[in-house]
Each structure stands twice: as C-alpha cells, then as structure tokens.
Design a protein around this ligand. Structure first.
Ligand code: MLT
Length: 240
C-alpha cells in the first residue's frame, strides 16, 4: 500500500483522481460537519462546487426533503437553512434529509476528487473507523487536504499525518511518499493536543473571532463516531 498526501487541491486536476482511492480532509469544518450530519441520520450530503449550483439542485430533484447547508467566509449563506457548524446538524433537523452542501474549501475538494474509484471523508471524529476500513481495502491511497483557499492548512495536514500513522502496519509493506512522511512528522510534532492545535491555526483563529469557538471542540473530538462518508452517485452516504 502506497500512501500519498496532497497538501492542497491545487496540486492536482480532476482527472488525477480517476480510479484512485481518495480520502478528503477538511477538519475546520466541512469534513467534521459532513460526518456529524450523517452520524445524526442525514440521508445523504450532496457536495457542490458553487453556491449557484447548490440553489439550482435544491430547488429541483429532492423536493421537500432537502436542506441547503454550508458557508461562505465561515458564515451561513443567505437563503440556506444551515451553516457549517457541526452542532447545527442535529438528529431533529437532518434525520432522513438530503443536504445540498457548499463550503469554500471542503465541498470543492470533494467535487474535484469525484472521479475517484473510492472517495471517503475523514476528520479526527472518524479516524479509527476510517483507518480500519482503508486497511481492509489494502489499496494505494491519496489523502487530499482541502487546505485554505488553495494554500496549506496545518489542521488538515496534521489530520492527514494521523491517518498515515494509523495506517502504518508492521505486518504489511506500507510505502510513504515524501509528502506522507512530512504529514506524519507534522502529526508527531503538533498532534498531541488537537484542540490546542486547532485554536492556534490560522483558520481556527478566524473561527474563534467569528464566534465559532465551540465548533473547534466538536472538530477536535477523536473517534466520536464510526461513520464513514462514502461518495456514490453524486452524494455522500454512510458506508455500510
Ligand atoms: C471550508 O470548506 O472552507 C470550511 O469548512 C470553512 C469553514 O466553514 O470553516
């Protein structure tokens, strides 16, 4: 098994992902929110690349069982039912619903990787469960960090490094690229206290300033769920 890490979606185009097993990470906050929504009973999350497309899709095929969710500049988008705080995606609100989801980095990274043969979503919340599943597949893996407006993001890179660490298995040959070795080193250096890390990152500080400090606590929880979002037919669903 060969593990590679892309520190930003700008490092590859859509076709790069064709046929690959890809794991998308956006710790703050898209992947944490998507995992929470599916854990709380959402039927599916439909990630989209633009706000305009989100509005178009939600008005059509999904009828009354659809909610629009996501953010622009960390804030809920006008006309959307939900923002991008994991705490908004409660069972009462999302159970049985299709959620059309746009976010600045996370949903766009997922859309970019849509040609993957296997596409999973990871955050600290579902780390152990996802790592166990990836090990069982025994495929080469590309870990795609959503980053920050195409730039590096420390929280996604440390989460990628934690996944690399979980996937290293003494009994199997695991090949690490320069990028996955670097992510592993970042995890070993910054991954001891995830909440502290999130508070110190560029995007974490913006979220605190904008009143979303509680979201950092939710996003910092390790293994709070075993739900693995899996992309199939244009939507993310719970892997059975
Ligand atoms: C994103 O996808 O850019 C993020 O989830 C932004 C955020 O809402 O914190």
């Amino acid at each position: 098994m060969r593990l590679d890490v892309l520190f930003s979606p700008v490092q590859a185009d859509e076709l790069f992902f064709t046929g690959k097993t890809t794991v998308v990470i956006d710790v703050l906050r898209a992947s944490s929110t998507i995992i929470t929504a599916l854990t709380n009973g959402a039927k599916e999350i439909v990630p989209v690349g633009t706000v305009e497309f989100a509005v178009k899709v939600s008005g059509g095929i999904f009828g009354g069982q659809t909610l629009l969710g996501g953010e622009r500049n960390t804030k809920k988008i006008e006309g959307f039912a939900l923002g991008n705080s994991p705490s908004e995606y409660t069972n009462e609100i999302v159970n049985g619903k299709s959620i059309v989801f746009y976010s600045t980095n996370g949903s766009r990274a997922i859309v970019k990787a849509k040609y993957s043969a296997n596409l999973f979503i990871c955050s600290f919340n579902n780390m152990e469960s996802l790592a166990r599943h990836i090990k069982s597949l025994n495929e080469d893996v590309v870990i795609l960090c959503s980053g920050n407006n195409n730039f590096f993001s420390l929280e996604d890179s440390v989460c990628a490094g934690m996944l690399v660490c979980e996937l290293i298995d003494e009994s199997k040959k695991v090949e690490l690229t320069d990028a996955s070795k670097s992510a592993l080193a970042l995890f070993k250096s910054f991954g001891k206290n995830i909440l502290k890390l999130l508070r110190e990152t560029d995007h974490g500080q913006i979220l605190v300033t904008n009143g979303f400090e509680d979201d950092l606590k939710a996003c910092a929880e390790i293994d709070s769920t075993d739900v693995i979002p899996f992309y199939s037919g244009n939507a993310l669903k719970v892997l059975k």
